[in-house]
Write a protein of this length. Sequence first.
Length: 142
Amino acid sequence: MKFIDIYFNYKQKYEDYIIIYLVGNFYQILGEDTKIMNEIFHYKVLVDSNGISKVGFPLNSLEKVKKRLKYENINFIIVEKEDGIVKIKKKQKFNNNQYHCYNQRAIENHKRTKQIEIITNKLYSLNNEKYDELMKEIEKIL
């Protein structure tokens, strides 16, 4: 079974957990959970050729990640391959799990960021006079 299939099998079983999977010298997070990791850690989200979002961090950052996820009360599991067998190395569950709260916030912030990018691109396309006029109006509103 491929890494991606194993990952999403765990994700189906643990929907309200961030799945952290060891691949070589990096831990990886895939799919929607990447938005939460971006929201909390500002990790860059990459999209592979299959359209799957990915975030990764090196082995030596695991303690920092675990500590922050615990602080934020976000359920997580760490999955590793040991002697050819894939298994859960650590499972952290909170009674007041904040996974869905952070997921919703990450989705909203992602949407806002996209809107700002579109507006910024439109502003760059304006001539100087129109730009200055519009910026004055925006400053009045803010």
